[in-house]
Ligand binder design. Structure first.
Ligand SMILES: NC(=O)c1ccc[n+]([C@@H]2O[C@H](COP(=O)([O-])OP(=O)(O)OC[C@H]3O[C@@H](n4cnc5c(N)ncnc54)[C@H](OP(=O)(O)O)[C@@H]3O)[C@@H](O)[C@H]2O)c1
Length: 230
């Protein structure tokens, strides 16, 4: 049986919801969608029989929650860490809570989800895709107000390199995609009125394809996905 099990974290809206729907088009895939808002996932994925969804919160007992969800799965082939938390606030106004929450959702929660997932990727192997941001990619244009968000996304890039090094002799691969702007609720909430050149669905197309195939060629790479130059 070649059915792939694909876990998408941060699945109730935006790029994550599009990813789940796209990946579920292939009935050979079993897609597991994780987010806090189960009612929204129920709405989004109604009638798609190869999607299971579970309430999951990256701010609380992440390893325990992930282990409980993953214990129902025979294996995990692909894990997409897509959830993100963005606070847009001038540097001097950033609170400890802003910083803690940004790092908890964007970094610590991802690391603990991966710790819980990897035993389910053995011995077949798998691909872990971390969703970072162009703001966390060294040398790109930076935006005022994004210290908590972009530094945490940069840490996610660094985690990718470190994980890949430590697991280079295994068949579990990890890569990181640094997205440019895509039209989603997160973008609209952070930068009202800003028009992104790419829709959530279009961004999800690239991520889905990469998640399914990219690890055949690359591991531990941090890749900018943006129409901006350079
Ligand atoms: N849109 C862009 O322009 C852009 C650009 C660069 C990078 N990115 C990155 O791309 C990813 C997707 O972005 P998006 O624009 O689609 O964001 P979004 O519309 O805000 O969706 C984020 C998803 O993450 C989930 N999430 C947030 N906090 C969570 C938590 N504590 N625990 C579990 N899930 C949580 C949300 O679901 P619940 O609320 O149900 O938990 C939601 O499904 C993020 O990592 C973002 O940083 C986006």
């Amino acid at each position: 049986m070649n059915k792939k099990t694909i876990v998408v974290v941060g699945a109730s809206r935006g790029i994550g919801a599009s990813l789940v729907k796209l990946l579920a088009r292939n009935k050979e895939n079993k897609v597991v969608a994780l987010s806090r808002n189960a009612a929204e996932m129920q709405k989004q994925f109604q009638g798609i029989d190869n999607v299971d969804f579970f309430s999951f919160d990256l701010t609380n007992k992440v390893y325990e929650q992930a282990t409980a969800v993953f214990s129902n799965l025979q294996k995990i082939d692909i894990l997409i860490n897509n959830a993100g938390y963005l606070v847009n606030k001038p540097f001097r106004q950033l609170t400890e809570e802003d910083l803690q929450k940004s790092y908890q959702v964007n970094v610590f929660g991802v690391i603990q989800t991966v710790q819980a997932a990897i035993s389910k990727m053995e011995p077949i192997g798998g691909h872990i895709v971390n969703i970072s941001s162009m703001g966390g990619f060294q040398g790109t244009v930076k935006f005022a107000g994004l210290t908590a968000y972009s530094t945490s996304k940069a840490a996610l890039c660094s985690f990718t390199e470190l994980f890949a090094e430590e697991h280079k002799d295994s068949n579990i691969k990890m890569n990181c995609l640094c997205l440019g702007a895509a039209q989603t609720e997160m973008l609209e909430e952070a930068f009202p009125g800003y028009q992104a050149p790419v829709s959530a669905e279009k961004m999800a197309e690239f991520i889905a394809d990469f998640a399914e195939k990219g690890h055949q060629w690359i591991n531990g790479k941090i890749i900018p996905i943006s129409l901006s130059t350079p």
